[in-house]
Ligand binder design. Structure first.
Ligand code: 2GW
Ligand code: MN
Length: 297
């Protein structure tokens, strides 16, 4: 990994990031070949991003699905940690999608922060729970969520915040580097390779492998993203196919075709199971330990 020579330029042009601490980060890739910043701790000034977001009077949405056992198991910790670390000082609206609205924990919310519960149906297979999110998000973005938020982050629920996760992450479209794959050579990335799938990415294609546990952007950009992914999932289903990593495979195809405007380093969604890495200074979000046997049906 090398320093992108134009990282300074990119950061200067970006309203949501500062340049003050850029040079603390010599050993990681800080911009993509299409000149989007890859943000690492030390490459942005959170105070500049904070002030800029306040000046624009932004409302930031955070969507999360909590269906079946995932509700009792993960939702409180996710929301309580979000109250502590997510977009502190901004106007925030949480959208919790669940089939058990009455069971949503009552988390004390700070000023300017709201929580809305959106009822969804329960899917039979866990793959369908995960994949149905794209269609549901698309509809929500076309409704109240889309009217009240300027930017939206869409996240998995089986994780919790561990550090400030602020407006420095905002951009028209935002993708998350996958913690397990960011150091791997391109041919080893787990893209869908079956050419018959709408999510197919050929060998020699694909920029990075992105994690579907965190993605975001403006409402308009997310409408396009969710439409693309929902359509791809539907096309595959009609052909009796299911991509290797479900909705995540389609998300990766979308970001290959429509490059993200900002990329988050793995610090923004880290797994403790990976162990210590010199470049991971300040994890902002941790995966919950995987207990598939317990929660998968
Ligand atoms: C999912 C799988 C197996 C059993 C249950 C569920 C499940 C997921 C569920 O019962 N209830 C539920 O609300 N979910 C939601 O879907 C929840 O928000 C969860 O975080 C999300 C994705 O499922 P998860 O976190 O178990 O999958 P991961 O962590 O392996 O996720 C990656 O791959 C997925 C596709 O296989 C998605 O693309 C996900 O965004 C990725 O992070
Ligand atoms: Mn997850």
């Amino acid at each position: 990994m090398g320093v992108c020579p134009s990282a300074t330029m990119v950061l200067l042009r970006d309203n949501f990031t500062g340049v003050l601490r850029l040079w603390n980060r010599p050993n990681v890739l800080t911009c993509t070949s299409w000149k989007a910043p890859i943000i690492w701790d030390g490459t942005f000034n959170p105070d500049v991003a904070q002030r800029e977001a306040r000046r624009q009077n932004l409302t930031i949405g955070l969507t999360v699905f909590a269906v079946g056992r995932y509700l009792e198991k993960y939702l409180s910790h996710f929301l309580e940690s979000a109250e502590q670390y997510f977009m502190v000082g901004q106007r925030v609206v949480y959208y919790v999608f669940t089939e058990q609205p009455a069971a949503v924990p009552r988390v004390a919310l700070g000023p300017g922060r709201q929580l809305r519960v959106e009822p969804v149906m329960r899917e039979r297979r866990w793959q369908d729970v995960s994949m149905a999110r794209m269609r549901t998000l698309h509809e929500a973005l076309g409704g109240r969520l889309g009217r009240e938020a300027h930017y939206v982050l869409c996240m998995d629920v089986d994780q919790h915040f561990s550090g400030l996760f602020g407006p420095e992450v905002l951009a028209d479209s935002v993708a998350q580097l996958h913690a397990w794959h960011y150091r791997r050579p391109r041919w080893l990335l787990p893209f869908e390779r079956d050419e018959r799938s709408a999510a197919a990415i050929a060998f020699g294609e694909g920029d990075f492998y992105y994690h579907a546990a965190v993605f975001g952007g403006s409402v308009a950009a997310l409408r396009r993203l969710t439409a693309h992914c929902a359509r791809g999932l539907q096309l595959d289903r009609a052909r009796g196919l299911e991509a290797r990593w479900h909705d995540e495979s389609h998300l990766n195809k979308f970001f290959w075709l429509h490059k993200p405007a900002k990329v988050l380093s793995p610090e923004f969604c880290w797994s403790r199971d990976i162990g210590r890495r010199a470049e991971i200074r300040h994890p902002r979000l941790f995966w919950a330990p995987k207990e598939y046997a317990e929660v998968r049906n």
